[in-house]
Write a protein of this length. Sequence first.
Length: 225
Amino acid sequence: MLDSITPAPMLDRLAQLRAQSPEFETLHYILGPERILEWAHSVGVSTDHRLRDLSPPVPPHELRSIVAAPSESVFLWSGLKDAQMLATYIDRYVPARTARSIDVLDFGCGCGRTTRFLQHLPQVRVHGTDINEAFVAWCRNNLPDVQTSLNGTNAELAAGTGAYDFIYLHAPARAGHDGLGGGAGSGYGRRRHRAAENPWLSGHRHYLRQRAAPADVPDVGRRGQ
């Protein structure tokens, strides 16, 4: 996934940093070619203005602090890791993407912590929905390639029957946990992965193009709302 979402100018900037800074070259050796891309999309975007210019805008502190750690780099890294995990599930449950693009819905998308990365996957149209008007407004203004809408307090959506190929959500963190790594996201795929039902996802079955079973997706960085 990292290769497909990392633009060539970002790779050029990493090469420039490596040539200019012995410390960064050492970091590149320590992390390796894949993990240095994780650094670029998180710490790099937060600290290097050129990398920041090559990425979608970062939500303000008041929005980040609701859905994840208020730190920019933690917000970005945790969103990237969840997006990587979800990309694996999408490939597993919706493998045939050669004939057409597929539609993926993030139910409870917040301020785009994962959709900012998923939107760059090839042949994937990303949709987001949230109950928080500030989140929806921010995503519409800053992530134009993600189709973001406002939802109510139940599982009903404005989309018609069979609108999506894959739906996932992030459930609240467990009581007593610090919120980082304590949540559990769930997604629907074509095959059964875990038997645990989620009442929100149960109400979304008819929005899928094919009948699906629940797939439990662990969450590495979303704070319960």
